[in-house]
Design a protein around this ligand. Structure first.
Ligand SMILES: Nc1ncnc2c1ncn2[C@@H]1O[C@H](COP(=O)(O)OP(=O)(O)OP(=O)(O)O)[C@@H](O)[C@H]1O
Length: 272
């Protein structure tokens, strides 16, 4: 494998500039800029179809933009052969919507996939131990390791996907709607796990979500996509000041207010 990308301390690990993505005549992004700061959980929100997943795919090199640049850990991603970027690709983990597990492999084998791909020289028994450790870290019971995805609940599939995303000890974690489809208790547990992992492992997290509770509970900042670009990035109190109609409606509509009330009550319980 090529040398691992090393970013000078304090430098932003993800920088997107002037991104343009088109599908035929349809423009998803036009001049989109976004900087993700080290060690933050950045929530990415926007209406359905505004291009959140396409943005994530552009950052991890699965989508080739029509224009613009993406730098991850200081390395250019756009237009670069994935084989030349192994030193960066081994430093991110991705949880796709729905988990995207291989249905014919057990949970443990799924977690071993990136280890085999990036570190084929690792001894199989060590690889199994690493997979076991990542499964534990993701809060799955011991016996989940031998199960197939079809034997898991939705929440367990997400945790298995998370275990696979953590397989390579990444610096960056990409989560695409991790709490979608989970019941509120399962979603809150997943949020806590994300925050704990971020803090203990020093991760930077790019988190696409529609879940207002997730934004309030764990995101350091939120980026809002509308009108084909990032229209605002900031803390929730900063965004609450925004006069943009979509942002105003999002945070001040019934669901936005309910999430804020729940959060405020939790803070009051915590601080008396
Ligand atoms: N491979 C593709 N070919 C054609 N159109 C695409 C492709 N991928 C995405 N799109 C279109 O680009 C737009 C943005 O899609 P994307 O999945 O990024 O939206 P999103 O913001 O993540 O939406 P949601 O919140 O519903 O998941 C959509 O209109 C989608 O249909």
């Amino acid at each position: 494998m090529g040398p691992r990308a090393i970013l000078p301390e304090g430098e932003p690990p993800i920088v997107v500039e002037g991104l343009v993505n088109r599908f035929g005549d349809f423009t998803v992004h036009e001049g989109l800029d976004l900087t993700v700061q080290p060690g933050e959980i950045l929530g990415v929100v926007g209406g359905s179809g505004t291009g959140k997943s396409v943005l994530m795919r552009s950052i991890i090199g699965l989508q080739h933009p029509n224009a613009g640049t993406v730098h991850v850990l200081g390395r250019e991603i756009t237009g670069v052969d994935p084989d030349e970027n192994i030193g960066v690709r081994c430093q991110w983990g991705v949880l796709f919507q729905g988990g995207a597990l291989f249905s014919t492999l057990t949970v443990g084998e799924n977690v071993e996939v990136p280890l085999k791909q990036f570190y084929p020289e690792i001894d199989p028994s060590l690889r199994r131990d690493i997979a076991r450790y990542k499964v534990q870290m993701s809060g799955l019971p011991e016996d989940a390791i031998a199960k197939f995805p079809s034997e898991l609940s939705g929440g367990m599939k997400k945790r298995a996907g998370l275990a696979r995303a953590l397989a390579l000890d990444p610096k960056l974690l990409f989560l695409d709607e991790p709490t979608a489809g989970l019941d509120p208790i399962g979603a809150a547990k997943f949020d806590r796990l994300t925050k704990e992992l971020k803090e203990t492992l020093g991760l930077t997290v790019f988190l696409i979500t529609h879940d207002l509770d997730t934004l309030y509970e764990i995101c350091d900042r939120v980026a809002v996509i509308a009108d084909r670009h990032v229209i605002a990035v900031g803390t929730i109190p900063e965004l609450l000041e925004s006069e943009h109609p979509w942002i105003h409606e999002y945070f001040n509509g019934p669901r936005g207010r309910a999430a804020r009330d729940t959060h405020d009550r939790g803070e009051m319980d915590l601080h008396g």
